[in-house]
Every structure is written in structure tokens, then in C-alpha cells.
Design a protein around this ligand. Sequence first.
Ligand code: SF4
Length: 255
Amino acid sequence: MTRDQVFEFFRRLAEANPAPTTELESSNPYQLLVAVVLSAQATDASVNIACRPLFERIKTPRQMTALGEDDLREAIKSIGLFNTKAKNVIALSEALIERFGGEVPRTREELESLPGVGRKTANVVLNTAFGEETFAVDTHVFRVCNRTGLAPGKTVDEVEAKLEKIVPQPFRRDAHHWLILHGRYTCKARLPECWRCPVIDLCRYKPKTPPPEERVKPSAARSASRASSKARIAKGRTAAQPRAGRSRSRPSRLP
Ligand code: SF4
């Protein structure tokens, strides 16, 4: 995409959703950090369901370590990989208390030094809790950037580096939210909803998905295919009949 197209891409996403943010619920940076750690390979909705009652009681690392790993495991058992995640959350809470006085640190290096915290989690916390212009690349952002041609790359690091380079102001702060939401609700993994996409003319993905009323339903397609097979078979039989007739009319060699 050209520089003007990239600007127009984000201008339209911003117009449709002027104040995007994460769908993970939290009331302070610590809860956000915990929620992001829990959201690995899980949906934000499932994390919110488990964390709502938990976050009513637990707002600080000290409260989390007082709760303990067993009770935390019980509270988050509806989330995938809850055993490992409970261990990590307790370990990262202990590290926050021991090394950062119970506060969430504000640098990438410090965040990434915490148990269970990778680059993507650090990017989300830096952006959402502290207002940094970071680009967290999750599965949705990775897909949208590659499909559209906005910031193609073979790895999440490559995509992130391209986004760093091409996203203009005033969109840098919220770019990753727009890309996540666009991927989650419009440019979906299985079937992108191109017919209602605000950036359809800027996106290089082909073929574009037509509106539902113009699409042949799979069941209708199967019926059509069965009907056409039957028609072909019937036609074949009709064509074969004269030959069968000729063979019957041949003189018999038998006396
Ligand atoms: S046109 Fe389709 S593939 Fe392109 S961004 Fe929109 S939904 Fe995704």
C-alpha cells in the first residue's frame, strides 16, 4: 500500500470506531497485566467471565499472593492452560512485589523479565495502561496485515516492525486496537466479511467475499451438483441406447 492508502485505511477504521480499546476488563495496570497473561490462547470473553469475580477481590500483587495458587487455579479453571497460567500469575505477582514494590513496571525490558510475559503482553500493557505507541501483533493483527497487504510479514516480529515503520500519526496509539477489532469482527479468519468492510477498495485480498444473498449456500451447491451428476448420467444412458439397439439388431451367428 502507498503511504496515502495506509493513512486512508486507518482514517476509515478510526471513523467507524473513534475510541477503540481492549475488550479485556480491568481497573488498574496490574489487573490488565494479569488479564493479558490469562488471555494467551483464550478469548477475551472467557477471560472476562473468569476474572470479573476474581478482580472484585484481587486488585494488587499482594492480594494475589495471599490468595495463593490453588485458589487462583480454581478461579480461572474455565480458561485454557489454567494450571500453567496460575503458576505464572503467582510468580509474576511475587516478582512485582520483590523487584518493583508491587507496581507494574513501565519499560519493555522490565515487563518481559516477568514470568509469563512475552513481547505481545508487554506491548498491550505499555499501550493500554501507559499510553505508549506500541503494536501488539496477535493472530488477528497478523492475519489482517498479511491479507490486506498493509504490513505483510512471515513472523509476528516482521509484521510488528513494518507497522512501526508505516503507521502514521494520529493513528499510532490506537492502531493495534483497530486492527484487532477489524480482524475479530469483520476480516474474520474463516470468512472475511468483505461486503461490509470499510477498507474493501484498499485491500489486496482476492477474491472478495460477496454478500450472503449472492453466495450459493453449501447445501444448495450440493443439490445442484447432485442434480447435474444425475443429468449427466441420464444423458449418458440415452446416448448409449442406440448402440445397444444396434448390437441387438446384429445377425446372430448361432444357427
Ligand atoms: S476486504 Fe475482506 S479481506 Fe480485505 S480487509 Fe476487508 S474483510 Fe478483510
